[in-house]
Structures are given as C-alpha cells and as structure tokens.
Design a protein around this ligand. Sequence first.
Ligand code: HEM
Length: 464
Amino acid sequence: MAQGSAVQPQKGTESGAPPLHVDTTAKWFLLSSISYFFIVGIIALTIAAKFVWPELLGTVPYFSYGRLRPLHVNGMLFGWLLACDMGISYYIVPRLCGVKLWSEKLGVATAVLWNIIILGAVVALMGGYNHGFEYAELPTPLEILVVVAWVMYGVNIFGTIATRKYTQMYVSIWYIMGTVLWTTFVYPTGNFAVDFTTGVNQANLNWMFVHNAVGLIFTPIGLGIAYYFIPKSSNTPLFSHRLSMIGFWSLAFVYVWTGAHHMIHGPISQWLQTIAITFSVMLLIPVWAVVYNFFATMKGQWHQLRENVPLKFLMSGTVFYLLTCFQGPMHSLRSVNAIVSKTDWIPGHAHMALLGCFSFFAIAATYYIVPRMWNTRLHSDALANWSFWCMILGGLGFFTTLWLGGFWQGWQWNNPAIPFIDTVKALKPVWLVRFFSGTLIFSGIVMFAYNVMATVIGRREYAQ
Ligand code: HEM
C-alpha cells in the first residue's frame, strides 16, 4: 500500500515561501470567523440559560428564544465554522498546489461579502425574518448572496487547482473540491427547492439538506483540514494515501442517501426509511477508513500529545468523529430511533460533530497557521493548552448530559402515563449542567480568540 502521497505536506514546505503566499484572504476569513465564534458563544450561553431561567431577558422580542436559537445555529455554522474552514482552505490549497492563490482580490471580495451576509443574518434573524426551515433560516435575499459568495469561493479554489505545479493531488484537495461541488447542490436544495414542494416531500427535502449540510459540507472540508494538519503537526507522513481515497469515494457515494433517517417512524414510506437506515450503517466504511488512517499516522508519535496543542485538538476531534459516526448509524436503527429521535440526545450528537470534531479541527489548524501567516510566535502556549482543557471538559459535560437526558426524555415520552409537562420539568437539572458546561466551553473560546488576536496584534519573533 502506498505510504502517503508525493505531495503530502512536509513540515517547512512553506518556509522561504512568504513572497509566494501572501494569505490576505485567509487572514480576513480567519479573523472574522474567530470574532463570530466569540460573539455567537455569548448567544449560545444565553439560549442555554433560557432553558433553565425561561424568564431571562423578559419579553423583549429581539432576545426571545425563537429568534436567538436560529441566530446561534447559523452564526456558529456559517459565521464561525464554515468561514474558518474556508479561510484554512485558502491557506492550504495554494501550498498543496505549489502556486499562489488564483486571485487574492477575488478572495478578499468573497470575505467582505461573507461578512455582509453574516451581519445581515444577525439583523434579519433578530428582527424575526426567518425562512422557516431548519439550518435554512436565512431570508431568501441572503441565501442568494450565499450562492454568489460560494461561486466566488469555488472559482478561486478551482482556479488555483487548475494552475497547480504539483500534478499529484493530496487527499485534502479532493475533499475541498468535493465540498465546493457538493455544496452547490446541497445548499440550493435546502434553501430554494423546498419552496416548490409541500407536506411530507418538503420535510423530506429539508432533512436531506440538514443531514447533508453536515455530511457533505462540514465533513469533507473538516476532513480535508485534518488530513493536512495531522501529518503537519506531528511531522509524520500520512499512513496511506490509498486508504484516504477509499474514505473519500465511499463518503461521496454513501452520504447523500441518509437524510430520511430523520423521519423514521414518520409519514414516509417504509422502503425509503429502510434505504436511509442501510446507507446510514454503511457510513461506518468511510468513517473507519479515515479514523484508521489518522491513528496509524500517529503510530509512534502519541508522546507528542503532551506538548503539542494543535495535535491535542486534532486527535480528540478524531475520537469525537469516531464516536459521532458510531452514534449516527446506531440511532438510525428503528428500535433506538423510537427512543432518541427529537429528544435532547440530538443536540448532544450535533454538538459532538460540529463542536467536538469539526470545530476542534478548525481550532487546531488556526493555532498552527496563525503564527506562520503573521511570521511570529503564538502569544501563549500555556493559554492554548488551557483553552483545550476548558473545551474538552466542557464538551464532555455538554455531550454526556444531553445523551443521558435525551435518553431519559425519550423513555418518558414513550410512557403514556407521564404527562408531557412533567417530562419538561424533569429535564431542568440536565439543562443546568449544559449551561455550566457551556460556560466552560465559552471560557475556552475566549482564551482561543484572545490568544489569536494577541498573536496578531503583539507579534513576537519569527516562528519557524
Ligand atoms: C458555548 C458553547 C455552546 C453552547 C452553550 C450551545 C448551546 C446550544 C443550545 C442551547 C442549543 C439549542 C438546543 C435545543 O434546542 O435543545 C444549540 C443548538 C445548536 N448548536 Fe450550539 N452551543 C454551543 C456551541 C456550538 C458550536 C460551536 C456549534 C457549531 C459549530 C453549535 C451548533 C449548534 C447547532 C447546529 C444546533 C442545532 C442542533 C439541532 O438542531 O439539533 N453550537 N446550541
């Protein structure tokens, strides 16, 4: 089996390269996304607090749960995570291709447009303008702008790849190309096509979007990032390029068919449910291929976890990826689904994927590239380590209480003798723990954001 690719990243590839890579676009995306991570973190804590103290912020419509929740979801997904991932891809694609970014001007224009969209989303969602579909809450004009920005992003990424000097394409490039292409059909499906359907078909289309937003947008770009930074941070070649390709193509084939598992026991045909379940279980193939590759790359390198903060985030993100993607197939099974579906189990699952896995990958990459892009040293390694421990301990508290609480909630819902309101009251301790775990996660976000900003503003000596 081929042990790695000829063009896989090696430490120091970019040394001596500053004139080639100016990284203006990457910097814009990174700094703005980190600011949103902090701001939306405050919204996150507010909605978590509202579960425990529902009268918090009174009856002011702008601060009602119904407006702040979509703001949190969209802010974290598009303001923080996707924007940060895009910034990181503007950094890694030119380096893996051995050329400059196709157009920094276009990149900066994309970053400006992206910020306009996010700020527009804040105003619109707080003002109560909501498209009304999960993960597709933005009003239509903003959704159109997202499409425009995405085309600009895609042109730049494909333009860079088309002019590449290295002929062989490292797996991260495959994943990033996949993200660009898949998003161009996943996003319009969830945001525009839903308006032309009704009833069950509409719900089915929306779930197809929701699941593929995670599976075909955040997953491939997140994995592309991890594939680049695990070998980079550990200074070790990737275990197997061929295995990485098996993971990529099986993900491409399997993911798109799983959306209907959100409607199991719902008003859709049994055969559609069975197909969704079958493909959900088949997801174990790409997941195990990826995770095995990452673990095998780390063979003999685990001792580096003691000191290396990016690697700590990357490897715990990998473990969370494994757990999330074990949970997913399991709760698509009819018997398990009958208990956990629509309960607090699901936000527990969603946060493990988007925070525990993909945000951890993005944070690791940011810690790695910010000092290199600004030609300096990280402001504080100790603070970076603290941010890791706050986020992992807060994350574990958050996920496990929601799983336990969600399972308990589902069990109560299945018991007709228990009045619904009692099932709500029973969950209060769970939500209290979530709030305090969220506070710990938020402390980690503050440390991360402060560390990055202090690195950029108060630059120290050259990093490498
Ligand atoms: C300080 C950390 C965070 C806290 C306290 C928090 C809190 C919450 C709360 C209270 C909800 C509503 C859950 C419900 O309706 O039952 C929620 C939903 C959600 N959050 Fe967060 N969150 C945090 C970080 C994040 C991050 C970093 C991401 C993504 C990058 C994220 C993505 C989401 C998503 C996608 C949902 C919707 C989940 C679903 O519909 O099942 N959150 N969050």
